[in-house]
Design a protein around this ligand. Structure first.
Ligand SMILES: Nc1ncnc2c1ncn2[C@@H]1O[C@H](COP(=O)(O)OP(=O)(O)OC[C@H]2O[C@@H]([n+]3cccc(C(=O)O)c3)[C@H](O)[C@@H]2O)[C@@H](O)[C@H]1O
Ligand SMILES: Nc1ncnc2c1ncn2[C@@H]1O[C@H](COP(=O)(O)OP(=O)(O)OP(=O)(O)O)[C@@H](O)[C@H]1O
Ligand SMILES: NC(=O)CC[C@H](N)C(=O)O
Length: 565
């Protein structure tokens, strides 16, 4: 006896209710044609994850209900197939009073999944464990469910199978799986929206292994793929057998309908599926950045992207990511030399643009720089040049890039890395001006590693070795004054990044970091810069989260604060 399950590892779009419903119906038709008895869609597939405060709008929930009804109607023509669809569901206790009359902080929704077949909803399960840490805010919108959900299916030979349904965070806790087993489940189906960060894939698989082992049941992990604002979902759905061993894994960072066959062994079920090998850490990171750019640009309707190409490593890396994400014909690079731009910066910028075949322009900014200084000269009389003039150059470039954005509809990709975002080594309304900050969660030492990795690999066939070697080997400089080096004002990048990782990502205290061997002076300087530059980060564009703590939704510090440690 065999049971066939199909995981719809698809890239849903937040708020595209009709489009998402259509994709679920198409996936169901394909799954049925392929012999499946069960189609699993990811968490909140119908409305997309994360719909955030759209969940507070009654009309949005009405529209979700309408889209769900479309799927229910379509299931009449899908005899033999059961669908599990993630969607928001209103509480059924009649407490649908207007939010204006009640406190808006009382959630009146469930994060739910409905089991649908033959034109009706057979069960609706409400997620029991609601994550409220890192990027998650589920308790703002949802009330927790309190019951397990076990539904029955017939396999190809008519044998009954009992499936315990869980939603993402449920499976990171013990109780929901145990109660599903106690209610008769013979396997667990977990539908998910679990954002990518470095190392998350392994963490997820090992947590699910513990879960499967704890209850002695096979577990299907059905996952989302795609970028949504700052978050990327990596796909990589999988299935474990009852001993927690991996029995199959879907491709990462791509859509797929992932088929899993379960063979009956008495009362238990043995999963069989193809297994895709996981990528290296650098490859994962690269794919996450590419998907993040592709989906942000694509889902927000930009025809193309533009960026300032300086001959330095950050803009070089962003250009390579953008070309992998969008193709060379949708990316434009602009070199904007100032009086401090070294010859090698021009040469390397031209070289890189030619290697990738992107549209490349040069706009000298010396005359604008002189004009600004001339206008300010009477007011600045008697004052020495300082960062004011450095920032003017960055702001002229920002203005030119935004003009190109306005004229051609291209989004400006900013190029600041996490080390710069941490320390404020960037200019407001200058190099921070733009729509999407591609590498804002990638520290500088990782920028170098990624550049080397990309030169050695060509994952999207856009050309090997796109970054001229000298861009990687020359000392980083903002080129905003003569002979400037980043290390004139910042500690060496390996020290800087280590302190950022400890203080910002892992909440270590300055004393603990010093105890690990970092100098008091370096730690004090970096911590002070991180604290002082909160105001800049609040004005920065969003960018792709690739660590377990980025300067985004999972970093909410006060700007006005007297706390110093
Ligand atoms: N708490 C607060 N709340 C709101 N606004 C606050 C503020 N504190 C200062 N400000 C404002 O911010 C201004 C200072 O910020 P901003 O104008 O950006 O300038 P600032 O941070 O003073 O200078 C930019 C620094 O970034 C370096 N840089 C620039 C460009 C590129 C790169 C690179 O290598 O990538 C490096 C540059 O060498 C310089 O050290 C102040 O004049 C004030 O108006
Ligand atoms: N000459 C230039 N032409 C075009 N864009 C520039 C130029 N100089 C700076 N920029 C833009 O401003 C960003 C900030 O770069 P800056 O040179 O100040 O230091 P950086 O952070 O080391 O970046 P990079 O490594 O790309 O040079 C660059 O990444 C680039 O997008
Ligand atoms: N959507 C969720 O419930 C996700 C929570 C979970 N721990 C994860 O990131 O995998």
């Amino acid at each position: 006896m065999t049971l066939q399950i199909c995981v719809a590892q698809l890239n849903f779009v937040v708020g595209d209710l009709a489009g998402n419903a259509r994709r679920i119906i198409e996936a169901a038709q394909q799954a049925l044609a392929g012999g499946a008895q069960l189609l699993l869609t990811p968490e909140l597939a119908l409305c997309g994850y994360a719909a955030e405060d759209l969940f507070l709008r009654p009309a949005f929930i009405d529209a979700c209900d309408d889209a769900l009804n479309e799927i229910v109607r379509a299931s009449e023509g899908l005899a033999g197939l059961t669908l599990v669809v993630g969607h928001p569901a209103r509480l059924t206790d009649g407490s649908q009073a207007s939010r204006r009359e009640r406190s808006v902080t009382v959630p009146d929704l469930f994060n739910a999944a409905s089991v649908i077949r033959d034109g009706r909803i057979v069960h609706t399960y409400a997620k029991r464990e609601l994550p409220n840490y890192q990027v998650f805010d589920e308790r703002r919108y949802f009330a927790p469910g309190d019951k397990p959900c076990v539904f029955e299916l017939q396999d190809a030979g008519g044998q009954t199978v009992k499936v315990g349904l869980l939603i993402c965070e449920d499976a990171w806790f013990d109780r929901p799986a145990r109660e599903a087993k106690a209610a008769g489940a013979q396997m667990l189906a977990v539908i998910n929206a679990s954002p990518f960060h470095a190392g998350k894939g392994q963490e997820r698989e090992s947590t699910m292994r513990e879960r499967a082992q704890a209850v002695g049941l096979p577990l299907v992990y059905a996952h989302l793929v795609g970028g949504q604002d700052e978050i990327v979902f990596e796909g990589r759905s999988f299935v474990l057998d009852a001993s927690g061993q991996l029995a199959g894994r879907a491709i990462s960072f791509e859509e797929t309908l992932f088929p899993i066959r379960f063979e009956s062994r008495g009362h238990s079920w043995l999963p069989v599926a193809d297994t895709d090998r996981p990528h290296s850490a650098e490859a994962d990171l690269w794919h996450a950045l590419v998907l993040g750019v592709r989906d942000y640009v694509g889902k927000n309707g930009f025809p193309s992207a533009v960026l300032g190409l300086s001959g330095g490593i950050d803009s070089a890396l962003v250009l390579a990511i953008a070309v992998d994400a969008l193709g060379k014909d949708r990316v434009r690079a602009v070199m904007m030399p100032s009086p401090y731009t070294a010859d090698i910066s021009w040469i390397d910028a031209r070289d890189m643009a030619a290697r990738l075949g992107v549209c490349y322009d040069e706009i000298a900014i010396a005359s604008e720089f002189e004009a600004f200084k001339g206008s300010l000269a009477p007011l600045f009389e008697g004052r020495a040049e300082d960062t004011t003039e450095e920032n003017l150059q960055a702001r002229i470039r920002g203005t030119l890039l935004m003009a190109l954005s306005n004229k051609f509809g291209s989004i400006v990709l900013t190029t600041g890395n996490k080390s710069e975002m941490a320390t404020g080594y960037c200019t407001l309304y200058g190099d921070m001006a733009g729509g999407f900050a591609v590498i804002k969660d990638v520290v500088k030492t990782q920028v170098f590693r990624l550049a080397r990795w990309r030169n050695a690999h060509d994952p999207y066939g856009t050309g090997a070795n796109p970054i001229p070697e000298r861009i990687i080997t020359r000392p980083p400089s903002a080129e905003l004054r003569p002979d400037q080096r980043d290390q004139d004002s910042l500690p060496e990048y390996d020290v800087l990044d280590a302190i950022i990782e400890r203080y910002m990502e892992n909440d270590r205290s300055p004393a603990e970091i010093v105890a690990e061997g970092y100098s008091q002076a370096d730690v004090d300087k970096v911590v002070r810069l991180i604290r002082l530059n909160e105001y800049k980060r609040r004005q920065a564009p969003i960018g792709i989260r690739v660590t377990h703590r980025s300067f985004g939704k999972d970093w909410r510090y006060p700007i006005t604060s007297r706390y110093r440690a």
